[in-house]
Design a protein around this ligand. Structure first.
Ligand SMILES: [Zn+2]
Length: 356
């Protein structure tokens, strides 16, 4: 029997969540995802993502009662990133519907996928194209062979992505950097990535044109539709629309869809950064959802369906004891939190008061 949220009389429902063992995840007990799972850790396996929510690919299971998945239009994840993910972007709602209709095997649902990543450790990622490529081309003149004949940013990116023989330029650049010695994080990432992907992978030259962003713990970045991005390392919470639609363009053995990447790419769209300079509880405000990070004594008011995950410590949510790894559905209402836990809650709408 499906029971609507309002009938639960303010009782949180514990969830059993699934992990994804994608190869880019941190291995065994080095991974926060592995530590948050109730089962014994396999020290040989990568633990990349923990999914909290009801996406059909890996729906969480309520420990008692049932819920209606349609009441939860968003999904939360914990990511433990050991190696760079694919360079990707997510379609807007209309494009998602179009792609899903035309190619359902590569675009598994008709939803858009705006997302926010909140750093739990130092997180590095590629995010959006640089505003000016001249410094890149001065430092790495080998890339000039791939953008020949174009002077506008969009034209250069098209040229790199559509180039039919990228490998020679990539190999020359790799040889020079190896001979000279690495001087930047980007060069280190490039050299490491060259050991994993063939010299023809479009992501290898493309990374030089992207912004390399570092988030400190508590900082966050929101990624709207059509902004290229890719996590490189670190551990984070993600909240996104309930979707798995990804248009990939490099650094992956998976399906690459360069033409749709170019068709929908927004060269100038930017993410929204949230910085944080104190340790208090706070709300990360996104157009489609809010995410609360709760530490210590706080009061949270939830005005919609919501999902929660305790990423560290123990504490209380109202009269419910919670500990590290607990995932749950929390009903509408106002709750006091206390203890040394860090609890993340994703909801369409919520607000937080701290130091009460
Ligand atoms: Zn993404």
């Amino acid at each position: 029997m499906l029971v609507s949220q309002d009938q639960f009389n303010s009782e949180p429902i514990p969830l059993v969540c699934s992990a994804m063992n994608y190869p880019w995840g941190k291995i065994g007990s080095k991974s926060l995802v592995a530590k948050l799972l109730p089962e014994e850790i396999d020290e040989t396996k990568p633990y990349a993502e923990l999914w909290i929510g009801f996406h059909p690919s890996a729906p969480s299971k309520p420990k008692h009662s049932s819920i209606n998945p349609e009441d939860y239009p968003f999904l939360m994840k914990v990511l433990s990133v050991n190696e760079p993910l694919s360079i990707q972007m997510h379609p807007d709602k209309r494009t998602a519907e179009e792609l899903h209709k035309a190619d359902p095997s590569h675009y598994p649902d008709s939803n858009h996928k705006p997302e926010i990543g909140i750093a739990l450790t130092t997180v590095r990622l590629f995010h959006g194209f640089k505003a000016d490529f001249s410094d890149t081309l001065n430092r790495y003149p080998e890339l000039l062979a791939l953008v020949a004949g174009r002077s506008d940013r969009e034209g250069m990116i098209k040229q790199v992505i559509r180039h039919e023989n990228r490998a020679p330029a990539v190999r020359i650049l790799l040889d020079r950097l190896k001979a000279q010695g690495i001087t930047t994080e980007l060069e280190e990432i490039f050299i490491e990535s060259c050991t994993r992907y063939s010299a023809d992978d479009v992501g290898l030259p493309l990374m030089f044109f992207l912004n390399l962003v570092t988030l400190k713990p508590g900082e966050a970045i929101y990624t709207p539709a059509n902004v290229p991005h890719g996590y490189i390392s670190g551990e984070l919470i993600e909240c996104m629309a309930n979707s798995d639609n990804v248009i990939r363009c490099g650094l992956t053995p998976k399906f690459i869809d360069s033409e749709n990447f170019l068709r929908f790419l927004d060269m100038d769209a930017k993410g929204i950064y949230t910085t944080r300079d104190k340790e208090d509880s706070c709300v990360y405000d996104c157009p489609e959802f809010n995410v609360a990070m709760l530490t210590g004594d706080s009061r949270v008011t939830i005005d919609s369906t919501s999902l929660g995950i305790v990423t560290s410590g123990n504490g209380m949510l109202g009269c419910h004891a919670l500990r590290e790894g607990d995932a749950l559905v929390i009903p509408k209402g106002t709750f006091q939190t206390s203890g040394d836990m860090t609890l993340f809650i994703g909801a369409e709408k919520l607000s937080v008061e701290s130091r009460i």
